[in-house]
Write a protein that binds this ligand. Structure first.
Ligand code: IMP
Length: 194
């Protein structure tokens, strides 16, 4: 069965392939099919946004589609940036700018109160009637300064078990990460579907 990864985010695509291929699920990408759509994330929850993305790519391709909506929820900021993580600090900001802004917001917050979690919700649209979801959460905290070269996005300031995600190997990140957990749960649900 061909399943389309419903994302234009190249960093997510790398993780989708890396996590799902060893589980026997190989995905096609929008560029494999010459699909170029931008899907506005107008939902108020990770679940709504994941569904909006999966459904939009399904309508375009006619294929089963799997989408991820994810974000960083910081306890000291009452769960922000949450669903708005992608646009935190403005649509066109770079990741170094976004991380600086977050560190600035937290500058007076002591280490023990810098707890945060990364959430990933996966939505798979098989056809108009068959839609299922999985979720993964990774608990951690926000560091004092960026560290490490791996991963992407906010990984240099997201600390889990004493190291940032950017200081970990890809295998290590996938074992611990929100997306590793949500995609492994997705793989199990898919097996039950087919
Ligand atoms: P969205 O799912 O397209 O709404 O975007 C999620 C936002 O969270 C983007 O800014 C991503 O860069 C960020 N993000 C999602 N997953 C990760 C991750 O594994 N590491 C670092 N940043 C992430």
């Amino acid at each position: 069965m061909r399943i389309l990864a419903a994302t234009n985010n190249q960093d997510k695509l790398i993780e989708f392939h890396r996590i799902l291929e060893p589980l026997g699920i190989s995905l096609v990408t929008p560029s494999d099919l010459d699909i170029e759509i931008q899907v506005p994330e107008t939902g108020e929850t990770f679940k709504e946004n994941a569904r909006i993305k999966a459904q939009a790519f399904h309508r375009e391709s006619g294929l089963p589609c799997v989408a991820d909506d994810s974000g960083l929820c910081v306890d000291a900021l009452d769960g922000r940036p949450g669903v708005d993580t992608a646009n935190y600090c403005g649509e066109d900001a770079t990741y170094p700018e976004r991380m600086s802004a977050l560190l600035e917001e937290l500058k007076d917050v002591p280490p023990e109160r810098r707890t945060a979690k990364f959430v990933s919700v996966i939505c798979c649209v098989m056809d108009e009637e068959t839609v299922f979801y999985s979720e993964g959460v990774c608990e951690g905290s926000i560091g004092i300064a960026p560290a490490g070269e791996g991963g992407f996005g906010y990984d240099p300031i997201f600390v889990v078990g004493g190291k940032t995600m950017a200081e970990r190997s890809a295998e290590d990140k996938d074992m611990l990460s929100h997306r590793g957990k949500s995609l492994r749960a997705f793989a199990k649900l898919l097996e039950e579907q087919i």
